[in-house]
Design a protein around this ligand. Structure first.
Ligand code: NDP
Length: 296
């Protein structure tokens, strides 16, 4: 193996420690405790574990964590009423509605009902617009974490050729916007892209956000490239359940200069960025300057 393994856990530990430091200062100097509300609709066990992790890490960082678990059959009106209540609650600085929602609920309308200032996932159409126009947006957690890792690993990204495979609203598109903001030359690829292999081979930075296990082999990677694997796929191998990314790690690690593993790459940064966004939202809500090192 030639590639350097980028340690996302170490990056996330550093970020969570900066978050905790800011939380302590907010409490001691201003008597304010940042609060994050997470809304989970339905009883699917996978998001439930993720929500539990969020709650635990929020409390470990010294913040208040509120969880609202609603039954699958919750109506849109009842969900709106809860969001309205959280929007007007002064002790709540961040609101996250766990996606996906049950099919009878309109996720776009629900997300756009969240106060933009409390939209710590950065999915509200106003925050999407602010990010797209290079203004002060709340940045979606996964791409924010990826960019922090890239800057930490590569320093200045100006002029680098970046290829983002995947164009979802929560990962691919905001990732491409952030890379553009950092002066990369950006290509976004998707399921209709022709000759994906040769497009990937151009990339100094290759971001895979596809949701297809080990789809990108080593011979699609430019020698020395930095590979950021966002994919989280559960597969059965040798009779065991295993988590793998969208990149074939073993062949990619022979060619890339650096690569994020799955698990332990960008995954841990997502929750750390959620905590960071909550502290940023809390500071803004209280007219305090943006805290150092928590956003871009
Ligand atoms: P989506 O399913 O919303 O988007 C997948 C994207 O990949 C689409 O744009 C799709 O193209 C594209 N795609 C699918 N198949 C191909 C193909 N054969 N060739 C090229 N492009 C293709 O997924 P998400 O963006 O939500 O998530 C992507 C991955 O990242 C998943 O594995 C998910 O679990 C993971 N994830 C990880 C997070 C973390 O914390 N680390 C957070 C969020 C997601 P098209 O638009 O044309 O359909």
């Amino acid at each position: 193996m030639t590639a350097q393994i980028i340690d996302g856990k170490a990056f996330s530990t550093q970020l969570r420690s900066r978050v905790a430091g800011h939380v302590t200062r907010l409490k001691e100097e201003h008597g304010i405790t940042p609060g994050l509300a997470v809304v989970l609709v339905g009883d699917d066990p996978a998001p439930e574990v993720y929500v539990r992790n969020k709650g635990r890490q929020t409390i470990e960082a010294g913040m208040n964590s509120l969880e609202h678990k609603l039954p699958t059959e919750t109506s849109q009106a009842d969900l709106f009423a809860l969001i309205e209540q959280l929007n007007s609650d002064p002790v709540i600085h961040g609101i996250l509605v766990q996606l996906p929602l049950p099919k009878h609920l309109n996720a776009d309308l629900v997300i756009n009902a969240i106060d933009t200032a409390k939209d710590v996932d950065g999915f509200h159409v106003s925050n999407v617009g602010l990010l797209g126009t290079g203004q002060n947006a709340m940045i979606p957690c996964t791409p924010l974490g990826c960019l922090m890792v890239m800057r930490g690993h590569l320093g200045d990204l100006s002029g680098l050729e970046a290829v983002v495979v995947g164009r979802s609203n929560i990962v691919g598109k905001p990732m491409a916007q952030l890379l553009l903001g950092d002066n990369c030359t950006v290509t976004i690829a998707h399921s209709h892209t022709r000759d994906l292999a040769s497009i990937c081979r151009r990339a100094d930075i290759l971001v895979a956000a596809i949701g297809r296990p080990e789809m990108i082999p080593g011979d699609w990677i430019k020698p020395g490239a930095t590979v950021i694997d966002v994919g989280i796929n559960r597969i059965a191998r040798h009779g065991k359940q295993q988590l793998v990314g969208d990149v074939d790690f073993s062949s990619a690690a022979e060619i890339a200069g650096a690569i994020t593993p799955v698990p332990g790459g960008v995954g841990p940064m997502t929750i750390a960025c959620l905590l960071a966004n909550t502290v940023t939202a809390c500071c803004r809500a209280n007219g305090l300057p943006a805290p150092e090192g928590l956003t871009l």
